[in-house]
Design a protein around this ligand. Structure first.
Ligand code: NAD
Ligand code: DAU
Length: 337
């Protein structure tokens, strides 16, 4: 079985490649990645001799077709995307190109060359947000799409296209919509790795607004396992929500990181809120549980400790990033706040 993993040099895609290598050593894995600022080939350095790596843009039809002709994939899992909400607020266009056009180019290649499954890695952000005073509400697969940011709108558009390719062309697709991931190799522009990196450098910890926004955190390996199950047993044409009922307020996460690292909470700095900031995400995972038997295995208390330890043990991985292009982004984004 040949699996193309797009965006495999990013956070979740790389963890998915490690998951496949461990659990399906017989699969041939082709990683297709443009290596944008968020893609890091060094993440895959320990497995590069076991996979095929293709540096390519998912929007580049010719290149995508060449890779299909050469590799003849059975399955494609699309992680490739512009994924950071704050960047989408700064510059929406790139998000529309990569996340929407890129997805359609990949699906066109699947139609032309044939595929057993096209799996789109989606996000719970397509459902918009839930109010803080209604803890009884959760996102189900039937919750209407109701997006807030250019990022989530581009991901919702991609999901709609995926379902349209299924209905119109009969493309064998599936979609998963997952909540916030954390774990090794997450780019330090996202909440958890950014706070770990800043705390270790005794820098300010920039919490947006009052830090009361709630996210439903899932350890990245649990997400990978869910996608693998959907590929094996999930129904074609279906959407599966993935989340572990682990809702936490941002401020509590940041305080926990301070505690684990022995840093003072006085580092916490409340900064200008994100525009259009979603209040609460909360997944109802009953469908994937009842149909596929998926349940998260890593408790947050353990996962966050493992993650912090990973960032402590792998400083060279993220310090290289922090000292590179990311530095100018950080100055731009946080100087204004
Ligand atoms: P990431 O930003 O860490 O990685 C994205 C990867 O895609 C990078 O390797 C990048 O180089 C690559 N890429 C970007 N544009 C490309 C292009 N045009 N062609 C080829 N490759 C390109 O993102 P992530 O956090 O790993 O997220 C992966 C996917 O999962 C995204 O689709 C995201 O929407 C979705 N998702 C993320 C989360 C989360 O909490 N991080 C939760 C749910 C869903
Ligand atoms: O819910 C799934 C989504 O989770 C994915 O689709 C996205 O790709 C992923 O980036 C993530 O989006 P969020 O916007 O929730 O993640 P982020 O880490 O950027 O922010 C998490 C929360 O922390 C959010 O409420 C904003 C807040 N925050 C973030 C940063 C970077 C801060 O308070 N300070 C910060 O510096």
């Amino acid at each position: 079985m040949t699996v193309i993993v797009t965006g495999g040099a990013g956070f979740i895609g790389s963890n998915f490649i490690f998951y496949l290598l461990k659990n399906h050593p017989d699969h041939k894995i082709v990683c297709l990645d443009k290596l944008t600022y968020a893609g890091n080939l060094s993440t895959l350095s320990s497995v590069l001799d076991r996979i095929v790596f293709e540096k390519a843009d998912i929007c580049d039809r010719k290149e995508v077709e060449r890779i299909f002709e050469e590799q003849k994939p059975d399955v494609l899992v699309n992680f490739a995307a512009e994924s950071h909400v704050d960047r989408s607020i700064e510059d929406p266009e790139l998000f529309l190109k990569t996340n929407i056009i890129g997805t359609s180019v990949l699906m066109d290649a699947c139609r032309k060359y044939g595929i057993k499954r096209f799996h789109q890695v989606g996000t719970d952000e397509v459902y918009g947000d839930l109010p803080l005073d209604r803890p009884d509400l959760f996102f189900t697969e039937e919750t209407p799409l109701h997006t807030s940011s250019p990022y989530s709108s581009s991901k919702a558009a991609a999901d709609l296209l995926v379902m349209a390719y299924h209905r119109t062309y009969g493309l064998p697709v599936s979609i998963s919509r997952c909540s916030n991931n954390y774990g090794p190799y997450q780019f330090p522009e996202k909440l958890i790795p950014l706070m770990i990196a800043n705390a270790l450098a005794d820098k300010a910890l920039p919490v947006y607004g009052e830090g009361l926004n709630v996210r439903d955190w899932l350890y990245v390996e649990d997400h990978c396992k869910a996608i693998d199950l959907i590929l094996q047993k999930g129904r074609v044409g279906e959407v599966y929500n993935i989340g572990g009922h682990n809702e936490m307020r941002n401020i509590d996460i940041v305080k926990l990181i301070c505690k684990e690292l022995g840093k003072p909470e006085s580092l916490i700095t409340f900064v200008k809120d994100r525009q259009g900031h979603d209040m609460r995400y909360a997944i109802d995972p009953r469908k994937i549980h009842s149909e596929l038997g998926w349940l998260p295995e890593t408790r947050f208390e353990d996962g966050i400790k493992k993650t912090i330890k990973w960032y402590l043990d792998n400083k060279e991985w993220w310090q290289e990033i922090v000292s590179g292009e990311y530095q100018s982004y950080y100055e731009r984004m946080y100087a204004k706040r």
